[in-house]
Design a protein around this ligand. Sequence first.
Ligand code: ZN
Ligand code: ZN
Length: 348
Amino acid sequence: MKAAVFVEPGRIVLQDKPIPKVGPRDALLRVTLTTICGTDVHILKGEYPVARGLTIGHEPVGVIEELGSAVSGYRIGQRVIAGAITPCGQCHSCLDGHQSQCGGKAMGGWRLGNTIDGCQAEYVLIPDAMTNLAPIPDSLSDEQVLMCPDIMSTGFGGAESGHIRIGDTVAIFAQGPIGLCATVGAKLSGATRIFTVDGVSERLTMSRRLGADQAISFKDRDPVAVIMQSTNGRGVDVAIEALGTQGTFESCLRVLKPGGVLSSLGVYSGKLTLPLDAFAAGLGDHRIVTTLCPGGKERMRRLMNVLESGRADLRPLVTHTFALDRIEEAYDLFANQRDGVLKVAIKP
Ligand SMILES: [Zn+2]
Ligand SMILES: [Zn+2]
């Protein structure tokens, strides 16, 4: 089979690999659609280490090709997705409600395209199939559910971890695919005033389309000043960080009311510091929460429910489609953020 393999920093290359052998608890999927994540670009650049020879990709849409001997409740040929995070469903962390931290290790639930071969390939093995395979309703196309495994789950997770209440004012810093999904999630959670911040005009336009009341370009105005003025100095109830930089994290704190929640989705590197003036020297009752993409079949079922109900449609996030044969071109476009790209669909 063909698979996009990490060869060395700077090189993810399409190679021939054997089709994986199915263990008792696994399922083999024939991948029908997948995508490239910002995290995959970090892998490409060597900023996030993975083993050489690993197949990349953690956002699978596919059809069941083969089931392990211990797997029941599914049939060959069934259309399914699996989350980017594939928890075992049986360890202490999973049973304690922290499936993303499966095995008691930080990010332990992230296996596809990280610690085991991923899904930018013609076939992918899904571990712990009975915890992770979520059947796709007939009414939904592959394209409609492509954002469920990671981007939608993560973005919505940011809104949910922030415990947004009906009538809340929310600010979301960065409107890449995850930030945009956080905007949709904030609106669905009952926020009635949503500020979003980015520097790319196409993203701000998409942000307004998906639910932002005020989309602010940090290139034109100081977003902290705009948000504080617009809320009469009160600040926001929940601030969502969707990039992973000191600047956006700090801006979230600076627009957050005392007692508010900073819900962080970004992946940080180096060191992150807390400005104590914005943090009320530690006495502002601020809560800082972090979320790694929730996975597992129940999470996927709920997300697909949202799509089936028509309350959200994330297809506009997919701006380009490539055949798997052309995935190296897709990486080049996506990594360099050319041509207004948000997400690329990859068709094996
Ligand atoms: Zn991802
Ligand atoms: Zn587990």
